[in-house]
Design a protein around this ligand. Structure first.
Ligand code: G6P
Length: 368
């Protein structure tokens, strides 16, 4: 294992650092092939023309990729999109819609609940399916009509990192492809999306260079028993993913909330023992997020803010700020995933937990 790890201490750290390459490789699908349905299979154009809505089914981190993608699919392609935990979907009475595209997202392609959810949808007459998967020829792509493989390479750490960010790239590419087919993406916008995809690996590398600063925060987290993660809009799923990473590998209880829901419950938990991580890039919701942060500060809560270069924040008593070096526009959730991965990783190091093999968890859950 030490040979494979090279300079890194754990597979998780190595895989976090492989993200510029994993994202370059996955973005290449669209940078070389264009935002074209053919990237998803030879029948994709005809199928994409037929579908009226999307249902995404997944588990764990892949489910959070689905939640993020919904924002792109509705904003860029204007397709009504539902996202559901596979183990819930498969056991409820579903209203079948043959014009719905069923998308499964899975790193391994072997998660039993996701597989059974897909088969359930098919049994109800939903024949159009797309698998976004990282493992060639695994069960889910074999069972699906269409497939797009993420090119993250083998992921060994139980907590998913590079698989997640490459899933996001694939799903963004899907949203632009569908938007273009529906005449909703102008050539200028397409060029803009292309250039943002090209810039993405470099921006990720900039964030990776913040590792020492983030490790500095981790020491403060290591002594806590709880943490709250806040985000709004498309960054809310990133807050969810940040809380999941922290839970999985540090065993610190963490919860994520859409920041606007703070006053409907979690604010009651805020005191100096509850660090509050805020994903707060400069988007249209920034002023709202700042107001939510005031609510935390007023209760003596300590804020750890991830923002970007062009948003005004002053660090000070009880407010810590780390800035990602560029504002990334539509791809901002991908960039803002990196800091929460690093925060969980370094907090786990400080606590001495088994980073790559957290207790009670498995890389691939092929049983119920
Ligand atoms: C397990 C893994 C997670 C993963 C989830 C879904 O819980 O520990 O990292 O997100 O399964 O796996 P999949 O392979 O379907 O993406």
């Amino acid at each position: 294992a030490s040979l494979e790890l090279g300079l890194y201490s754990h597979f998780m750290q190595k895989e976090i650092h492989e993200q510029p390459k994993a994202i370059t490789d996955t973005a290449e699908v669209f940078l070389v092939g264009g935002f074209e349905p053919a990237n998803f299979g030879i029948n994709a154009a005809a199928i994409f023309e037929r579908i009226r809505s999307i249902k995404i089914l997944a588990c764990g981190t892949s489910y959070y990729a689905a939640l993020t993608a919904r924002y792109w699919l509705e904003a860029i392609a204007q397709i009504p999109t539902d996202v559901e935990i596979a183990s819930e979907y498969r056991y409820r009475k579903v209203i079948a819609d043959p014009e719905q595209l069923v998308i499964t997202i899975s790193q391994s392609g072997e998660t039993l609940d996701t597989m059974e959810a897909l088969k359930y949808a098919q049994s109800l007459g939903m024949q159009h399916s797309l698998s976004i998967c990282n493992v060639m020829e695994s069960a889910l792509p074999r069972e699906s009509e269409l497939v797009l493989y993420t090119r993250a390479g083998a992921e060994i750490g139980v907590a998913s990192t590079k698989a997640f960010t490459t899933q996001l790239v694939a799903l963004f590419g899907l949203a632009v492809t569908l938007g273009k087919m529906r005449g909703l993406v102008t050539p200028e916008e397409e060029e803009q999306y292309t250039s943002e995809l090209r810039l993405l690996p470099g921006s990720i590398q900039h964030v990776l260079n913040l590792e020492p600063q983030i490790a500095g925060w981790a020491n403060q987290f290591a002594a806590k028993n709880n943490a709250l993660f806040l985000g709004r809009g498309i960054h809310y799923p990133i807050a969810l993913e940040g809380a999941l990473k922290l839970k999985e590998i540090t065993y610190i209880h963490a919860e994520a909330y859409p920041a606007g829901e703070l006053k409907h419950g979690p604010l009651a938990l805020v005191d100096q023992n509850m660090p509050v991580v805020v994903i707060a890039p400069n988007d249209s919701l920034l002023e709202k997020v700042k107001a939510n942060m005031q609510e935390v500060a007023a209760r003596g809560g300590e804020l750890f803010v991830f923002t970007d270069l062009d948003s005004e924040f002053t660090a000070g008593e009880g407010v810590h700020v780390i800035r990602t070096p560029r504002h990334m526009g539509v791809l901002s959730p991908i960039v803002h995933t990196i800091p929460v991965q690093l925060l969980a990783y370094h907090t786990a190091l400080a606590r001495g937990t088994d980073v790559d093999k957290p207790r009670n968890l498995a890389k691939s859950v092929t049983v119920e």
